[in-house]
Ligand binder design. Structure first.
Ligand SMILES: Cc1cc2nc3c(=O)[nH]c(=O)nc-3n(C[C@H](O)[C@H](O)[C@H](O)COP(=O)(O)OP(=O)(O)OC[C@H]3O[C@@H](n4cnc5c(N)ncnc54)[C@H](O)[C@@H]3O)c2cc1C
Length: 850
């Protein structure tokens, strides 16, 4: 065995082999994979081998599409068959709600250039004749689905990597990892030590244990998973012979079943509600190529549905039941990327769909390692999306919840209960017990979403349509806009930056000029490619002290970036407050009068101006106060230690009585920000957009000094952005946009192309007569084309309009005439019109104050 390599990848499952292949393909040939046993000795060997492109996160879906499109190339390079069966597949809806869910997925797919189609149950039956079509109301056909040989595919990655210069060491367990002061990793194995620059944890079932070698507790858990293989079925053989085709893949949400053809029978797997973790604390090192004891009782409810929906299955003999473990993160997406606090330690684990996602994981990780950037928007699978609150027990509860809901409908207003409450502020009991708040989970912290009337159950009725919160959120918005309201904002990320180099360091990271002492600025942050990787409010407390606020869920992502860029000379330090700082916001035309009652400082419009920052006592308790709010009203953000929060809140409520103060929640705040055209991180602001595309030019000061991403931003400015963020008023009825809906435009009105071309790689579809049914664009499809996508939206309760923010090609972004655009909501295209100015307070005079 070599004793030095540039990279050591730990683990020879499909993910480790894909990472190895992609690194070698990118030109890093001095890369080595170390495998404890033989390749595929974790979960990879007994996978059902299914692959598909659909994912709730469109950015992850793109990487799944990449994985599927890679297999042919992989076969060519390696000379090893992946055993591909590109059959296509149908997702079957048994209720109108499920059909709405599929309509949404189909609409999302349009933005990605996917060729999904909504089809009838009979059309699905024509390609999977085992089903009783009367049990379904509709289906979605996806041509880019199928199955493959898991072992062959893993070996194809490995062989291709070896051809490109990589080495693979088998039957050699990594026992320990240590790091030298210069950053060199020592990978201590049973057969000796390998010194390397980078370590990749692709340990699959043992990824937790590999993480523990460097003091990490990765939020992942293995679950038992069962699928069964039937004996030969005459119905399958007959269909194959008469049609000359294989059965397509089927997902039956009602039964939590996936099924497809395997040899002359079928393979049928379940994501059963009564799911079971495997090795919840520690994975035994002696677990090898073995299977777990099947437990047919656990999957019996799913099988009962299967027998009704696919009657022939009831009479089929069961040849084998496979029960094997594989790993999940709390949200079911992989944990990929550099680990904060460790140099050159990379995560490539919790990949629950290795044959749909493995290629994408390998691609982005190798990009990240070789070029310093993943090259894609990978936040949905970034290991930094969890904080230390995602403990072993938290993960256990969330993974079980996620597994048991794998085929459940996810509603946009749905808050999942497992492992909650995990973190609470001192106001939690007041909010829940006295204020009747409906709480939401904001990066592990309980946060009020809206307030139900006293005496009613504080609970969302989950729906794709406007729901029971609509009226009450509306009341909160109107009360704020007409007088004053108070809300909790503890769920922001809060940082303190200190030191003699603090200002110049911030200025090097941020696009805006830094504020003068006692002032605030808003500023985006860019990566080297000039793409948005952050959006912050910064206050200058004094010459060597700055405070900063950003998106809560991105705080580890941001800390990873900040720490990477800290000067080595200790001239700057950064502190992440977490929940040691909490906050309240008061907003509305009476906010100033209210604050004046609570403090001894001059908070008049001249004494405390818009975008001022001050440290002062509020209700007798020390606070840091920002004169701004995200609602776009006259308002303030008050930041305090948790120990004072209750006192300040109660004082605000009491002093606010004369103004009929209301509590308002996050939903009201988000509705109000829409009325101001304010963007949000994760929706409008993501690393796939440039700052001009995001319409953030006010905050980009190209001339101030050199900052990260400046050159690229200057190029974007000079060339003109390709896309622009716009706000639409939508002619919606009882459902507003959620996100990722396609924006259609009338072709011929202007010269533009569709945003993303279709990849055109997929299975063919056939009708009951065996005739191919190519998708023929309807007249309406030919006149209209998808030109953009929605990023977020909802109802603007004060302006009484349904609003959507979206990205469009620049040349269309000023076209605010009627009749040019439509936005597809739940399968129905609604007229939409660009509004160039915010509908609420377009001049900004209200937030500037009287
Ligand atoms: C029953 C079942 C059905 C499935 N069906 C599908 C499906 O249809 N489609 C799909 O996409 N996915 C499916 N999966 C999931 C799929 O198997 C996983 O996503 C995939 O195997 C994950 O691969 P991996 O490389 O991350 O991990 P693993 O396959 O677990 O590989 C990890 C490797 O790391 C090695 N290793 C760990 N620690 C060390 C160490 N210290 N030193 C050296 N080597 C080490 C292990 O020996 C192992 O070989 C299924 C899984 C199961 C169990």
């Amino acid at each position: 065995m070599k004793n030095h390599a540039r990279v050591v990848v730990i683990g020879g499952g499909v993910v480790g082999c894909s990472v190895l292949f992609h690194l070698a393909k990118a030109g890093w040939s001095d890369v080595m994979l170390i495998e404890r046993s033989e390749l595929t000795s974790g979960s990879s060997w007994h996978a059902a081998g299914g692959f598909h492109t659909l994912n709730g996160d469109p950015n992850v879906a793109k990487l799944q599409a990449y994985t599927v499109s890679l297999y042919r190339e992989l076969e060519e390079i390696s000379g090893q068959s992946c055993g591909l069966h590109l059959t296509g597949g149908a997702m079957m809806a048994d209720t109108p709600e499920r059909m709405d869910f599929l309509r949404l997925a189909h609409a999302k797919g349009r933005c990605l250039g996917m060729e999904t189609e909504l089809i009838t149950p009979s059309e699905a039956k024509a390609m999977f004749p085992l089903m009783d079509e009367t049990k379904f109301v509709g289906a979605m056909w996806d041509p880019v689905e199928g199955h493959l040989d898991p072992s062959g595919t893993t070996h194809a990655y490995a062989k291709a990597a070896k051809k490109l210069g990589a080495t693979i060491e088998l039957r050699n367990r990594v026992m320990e990892l240590t790091q030298e002061p210069d950053g060199t990793w020592n990978v201590i194995t049973q057969n000796g030590t390998v010194a390397c620059e980078h370590v990749v944890n692709a340990g699959g079932l043992w990824a937790r244990e590999v993480g523990r070698m460097v003091g990490l507790e990765l939020p992942l858990l293995a679950m038992e998973h069962m699928y069964l293989l039937t004996d030969d079925m005459p119905e399958v053989i007959e269909y194959n012979q008469s049609s000359g085709r294989e059965l397509i893949g089927i997902i039956d949400f009602k039964g939590e079943i996936y099924t497809r053809q395997e040899r002359n029978g079928i393979l049928l797997g379940t994501y059963e509600k009564a799911c079971k973790p495997w090795s919840p604390i520690e994975t035994p090192w002696d677990f090898g190529h073995e299977l777990l004891e099947p437990d047919i009782d656990r999957i019996a409810p799913s099988l009962e549905v299967a027998f009704k929906h696919f009657p022939a299955v009831e009479n089929a003999g069961i040849k084998q039941i496979i029960n094997g473990p594989f790993t999940f993160a709390p949200d079911g997406n992989p944990l990929v990327g550099p680990v904060r606090g460790l140099t050159n330690f990379w995560s490539a684990c919790a990949v629950m769909a290795g044959f749909s996602q493995g290629g994408g994981v390998g691609l982005v990780l190798s990009n990240w390692m070789v070029n310093g950037d993943p090259g894609h928007d990978v936040f949905g699978m970034d290991v930094s999306r969890y904080g230390e609150w995602a403990s072993l027990r938290y993960t256990n509860a969330k993974v079980r919840e996620n597994y048991s809901r794998r085929f459940s409908i996810s509603y946009p207003n749905e808050e999942l209960p497992a492992a909650r409450p995990q973190q609470t502020t001192p106001l939690y009991d007041i909010m829940v017990n006295e204020n009747n708040a409906v709480m939401g989970d904001s990066w592990g912290l309980e946060t009020p979403l809206w307030f139900a009337p006293k005496g009613s159950e504080p609970k969302d009725i989950v729906s794709f349509h406007r729901s029971n919160d609509f009226e009450h959120v509306g009341n909160e918005v109107r009360a704020v806009r007409n007088s004053v309201g108070v809300t909790e904002i503890a769920n922001f990320a809060k940082y303190q930056i200190n030191g003699p180099g603090a200002e110049s360091w911030l200025s090097h990271l941020m696009t805006n000029t830094m504020p003068k002492a006692g002032r605030l600025v808003l500023t985006p942050m860019l990566n080297e490619n000039g793409k948005l990787i952050g959006d912050f409010t910064i206050a200058k407390a004094d010459d060597e002290k700055f405070l900063m606020w950003g998106s809560s869920a991105a705080q580890i992502y941001h800390m990873r970036w900040f720490e990477k860029h800290l000067p080595k000379d200790q001239s700057v330090s950064i502190h992440l407050y977490g929940q040691t700082m909490v906050g309240l916001s008061i907003a509305g035309p009476n906010a100033q009068k209210l604050l004046a009652k609570l403090c001894d400082d001059d908070v008049s419009n001249t004494g405390f101006r818009f975008m001022d920052f001050r440290q002062m006592a509020v209700a007798g308790a020390p606070c840091k106060v920002n004169r701004m709010t995200y609602s776009g009203d006259l308002g303030y953000e008050l930041w305090m230690e948790p120990t004072y929060q209750r006192k300040i809140y109660l004082a605000i409520k009491q002093a606010g009585e004369e103004f009929n103060i209301v509590d308002f929640g996050m939903r009201a705040l988000l509705s109000m920000r829409l009325e101001k055209n304010f963007p949000t991180w994760f929706a409008e602001l993501r690393p796939i957009y440039g700052p001009y595309e995001a319409s953030m030019e006010r905050f980009i000061k190209l001339a101030k000094n050199d900052f990260i991403g400046r050159e690229a931003a200057a190029r974007e400015h000079a060339d003109g952005p390709k896309l622009r963020r716009v706000t639409f008023v939508v002619d919606a009825e009882d459902a507003d946009v959620i996100a990722d809906e396609p924006v259609w435009a009338k072709v011929g009105e202007s010269d533009f192309g569709s945003v993303e071309p279709s990849h055109g790689y997929g299975a063919r579809r056939f009708d009951a007569n065996g005739d191919e049914t190519p998708k023929i664009a309807s007249q309406r499809d030919r006149d209209w084309r998808v030109v953009g996508w929605v990023t977020s939206g909802g109802y603007g309760h004060f302006v009484e309009k349904s609003l959507a923010q979206a990205y469009l090609p620049s040349e269309l972004s000023k076209r605010d005439e009627e009749g040019l655009f439509e936005i597809e909501i739940l399968g129905i295209r609604r007229a939409a019109k660009i509004t160039l100015d915010p509908l609420f307070d377009p001049s900004g005079s209200k937030m500037r104050g009287p």
